[in-house]
Design a binder for this molecule. Structure first.
Ligand code: SAH
Ligand code: SF4
Ligand code: F3S
Length: 452
């Protein structure tokens, strides 16, 4: 995901903070919590890193290249501090902070503050400590309870239409390849009443779409409220409010949840169900908790209960020991399922994970690259085919704002999570429009507005 910057400077606050976000939607949501904590403590937020007194990078550790990007950015700010602004304070937040606390502070002396994802309430104290002592400050304590349930996120980079709502934190799954359980700690669910309340407040503020966030939303539980019940409750707030969620783990995607999709028109007809691989032995080595057959059955059930459901996935190429035949199984599964969209990655070994401790990262770089590129080529052609099938159909689109390609036009998403571009007419962000699809690429649909 691209770095996110604040849209405009604010006048309040004696010190200005620039906050840049890497990684997944959880991190975007966390940055909104951080912005709230900082504002309450009297800090101003700026979109201009060169005007900032404090630069904070909210980081991702999921793959080696994600970390390298952040390191390069840190080098840039450190050089600036040395040459231009010795008072500049630099902080690392999020998943890399958790993983690299010692190295960042001691060995590399790159930063002034290191703060993990469960310690953001402590950020003002750490900033003061750095100001007062000139020493670096750290808090990477993970928590079993922290959900920031009472903190109202400051949605500083929002389009005012669509918002993330964090419903749980951490992950207990321990997939063999994944660093997240180490960087974000134990799984815990946020109180259901505060989730519903936050969604109501977003609706009142004019938002028309919420995405409920967690690493494995299907294992959400607050007393008697499971995930299907939570989605159902949020869906009752208003037919005008669309509900999405991410990420749904295939091993416990319940029938009850699929029924909620079917029954509630404002629960979007789209599910992100990361398969990771198409071969059961590889899935077992990955410790995903399902076989390729079980995954196929789940997709069948989803399509039976929610006809026309749109599906996306995550896929990893070149996991430890992956044979050519196993790789072919991923391609066949993709061909068979026909995902609308996929996020595709080359396996990157992460220190301390089960895979790093027990297996050998034995697939040569060139082979990983070639397999990934075969996966991407196949998915692009499937996405194009799926999009071509949309031509002639009419969708209800939630208008998000100006199109990036052509500011004269608007963009918005279908219920099935496809981006559509269309003429503005009398439409505005936050309105629903009926749009007839006239053309497409593998990534975007082009449409004509029938009625707003
Ligand atoms: N909680 C989500 C995944 C979050 S991480 C789930 O279980 O579905 C997002 C994606 O990054 C994963 O689905 C996986 O495809 C990819 N990923 C995670 N660790 C990786 C690694 N070590 N190398 C390559 N890709 C990885
Ligand atoms: Fe990582 Fe697996 Fe948890 Fe997803 S479910 S965050 S892949 S450990
Ligand atoms: Fe990255 Fe942490 Fe998200 S490792 S993908 S920012 S949970």
């Amino acid at each position: 995901m691209d770095a996110i910057k604040l849209p405009q400077s604010e006048s309040e606050g004696s010190l200005f903070v620039y906050l840049e976000t890497y990684g997944c939607q959880m991190n975007v949501s966390d940055s909104e919590i951080v912005a709230s904590v900082l504002r309450s403590a009297g800090y101003g937020l700026t979109h201009d890193p060169l005007q900032a007194d404090v630069v904070l990078l909210n980081t991702c550790a999921i793959r080696e290249n994600a970390e390298q990007r952040v390191r390069r950015r840190l080098e840039f700010f450190r050089a600036r501090k040395r040459k231009r602004n010795p008072d500049l304070k630099i902080g690392v937040l999020g998943c890399m902070a958790e993983r690299l606390r010692h190295r960042l502070l001691e060995q590399e002396r790159l930063v002034d503050i290191v703060i993990g994802p469960d310690a953001y309430r402590d950020l003002p104290r750490l900033l003061r400590q750095v100001e007062e002592t000139g020493q670096s400050a750290v808090n990477v304590q993970l928590s079993r309870e922290e959900t920031y349930a009472d903190i109202a996120p400051v949605r500083y980079d929002s389009n005012g239409v669509s918002a993330f709502v964090s419903i749980m934190r951490g992950c207990d799954n321990m997939c063999a390849f994944c660093v997240v359980p180490f960087t974000r700690g134990r799984e815990r669910s946020r109180n259901a009443a505060t989730v519903v309340q936050e969604c109501q407040e977003l609706l009142d503020a004019g938002y028309r779409e919420v995405t409920l966030l967690g690493q494995n939303v299907n294992s959400y539980r607050d007393g008697p409220v499971d995930f299907a019940t939570l989605v159902y409750r949020v869906s009752l707030l208003s037919p005008q409010l669309r509900i999405r969620y991410s990420t749904s783990h295939p091993k416990d995607c319940s029938e009850a949840l699929l029924e909620v999709h079917r029954e509630r028109p404002n629960v979007c007809n789209f599910i992100h169900l990361p398969v990771q691989h198409g071969n059961s032995e590889v899935l077992q080595r990955m410790r995903r908790g399902y076989s390729a057959e079980e995954y196929r059955e789940l997709i069948e059930r989803a399509r039976r209960i929610c006809p026309d459901v749109s599906l996306s996935t995550d896929i990893i190429a070149g996991f430890c020991g992956e044979t050519e035949a196993e790789h072919q199984d991923t391609l066949s599964l993709m061909e068979e399922i026909q995902y609308d969209h996929a996020f595709m990655f080359m396996y990157s070994e992460r220190p301390d994970t089960y895979a790093a401790r027990k297996y050998t990262d034995d697939i040569p770089e060139e082979t990983k690259k070639r397999r990934l590129s075969e996966i991407i080529t196949l998915q692009n052609s499937i996405s194009r085919r799926r999009n071509e099938m949309e031509i002639g159909r009419t969708h209800t689109v939630l208008v998000e704002g100006a199109s990036k390609r052509n500011p004269e036009q608007l963009c918005g998403r279908t219920d099935t999570n496809k981006m559509v571009i269309f003429d503005q007419g009398t439409l505005q962000a936050g309105m629903y429009a009926n749009v007839k699809i006239k053309g497409c690429t593998s990534a975007t649909l082009f449409g004509e507005v029938l009625s707003g």
